[in-house]
Ligand binder design. Structure first.
Ligand code: PLP
Length: 279
């Protein structure tokens, strides 16, 4: 559920009073970027990492960052309820232009919107989910957290229509990531995730998992995974800020190992839950 108060362009407003012009380029073109930052009991998780990714997304689409990290923290903190697990959705578009023209308008002020929602309980987080592999039909800037999500939406919808909670995307025979998540596989006892680059979003949860694997002597590497290799994995997970580390127990209608969350997931998920509480 979205909290009753949201932030829009310098003001805290009731949700139903927050209005954006139909000439906003976010509305007309999807000309904007966003961040999703989880907050546990009012504490923004890996805030600095999210702000670095926000900066990278803004740089990629050539919007100047309107605020310093300290200012972002001051803007976002009042939206949080310290008694709950929530997430902030923060969106910055290029702003409102006088006419609809693809080229950037000369003088424009970015539109800044933020809202806070409760993290909904998700049973798949512990039980595991069904997933389906689909051709990655997205563009070459998947590292940018762009609001332009039409391909991701269509892929996720196709997965849902097949009774699956996520689509695992495949480009040129290699697995990239989920439609709204990063991907990990356990191959011959080693935790493997595709490397960063323009084919995937550099997930903050992904980075945390790699750090925790290194600290706890879990063998891991960043490397390409072919679809054929994925089919031999003893474990497959998809990861994101709001769903955390989700085991895939059925892939393309076939069980992954015995069709239950595996031992590496059990171990990393326990470590991750501890880490979350402490940070
Ligand atoms: C395409 C895609 N990849 C990866 C992720 C995971 O990123 P994070 O762990 O920062 O939430 C997301 C999150 O929504 C996503 O949409």
């Amino acid at each position: 559920m979205v909290a009753k108060t949201v932030y829009l362009n310098g003001e805290y407003l009731p949700l139903d009073e927050a209005k954006v012009s139909v000439l906003d380029r976010g509305f007309l073109f999807g000309d904007g970027i966003y961040e999703v930052i989880p907050a546990y009991c009012g504490h923004l998780f890996r805030f600095h990492d999210h702000i670095v990714r926000l900066q990278n997304s803004l740089d990629s689409i050539r919007i100047q960052n309107p605020h310093s990290p300290e200012q972002w923290l001051a803007i976002l903190s009042p939206l949080l309820d310290t008694s709950k697990d929530q997430y902030i959705y923060l969106q910055i578009t290029r702003g409102v232009a006088p006419t609809r023209d693809h080229a950037f308008p000369k003088l424009v002020t970015p539109t800044i919107f933020a809202m806070c929602s409760d993290i909904a309980p998700f049973s798949g987080r512990t039980e595991g989910i069904k997933a389906v592999t689909l051709d990655d039909s997205r563009w070459d800037l998947c590292n940018v957290k762009a609001t332009t999500l039409l391909a991701n939406i269509l892929l996720r919808q196709r997965a849902e229509e097949q009774g699956c909670a996520e689509a695992i995307l495949v480009k040129n025979g290699l697995v990239t990531e989920g439609a709204a998540s990063n991907l990990f596989a356990v191959l011959d006892g080693v935790l493997v995730t595709p490397p960063k680059g323009s084919a995937i979003l550099p997930g903050i949860t992904r980075d945390v998992i790699l750090e925790l694997a290194a600290q706890h002597d879990v063998p891991f590497r960043e490397g390409n995974i072919s679809l054929a290799e994925l089919k031999t994995a003893s474990e497959i997970w998809v990861t994101s800020s709001t769903r955390e580390i989700v085991p895939v127990v059925i892939l393309d209608n076939q069980p992954v190992s015995d069709g239950r969350p595996g031992p590496v997931w059990q171990s990393i998920n326990r470590i991750f839950q501890e880490y979350k509480k402490l940070s």
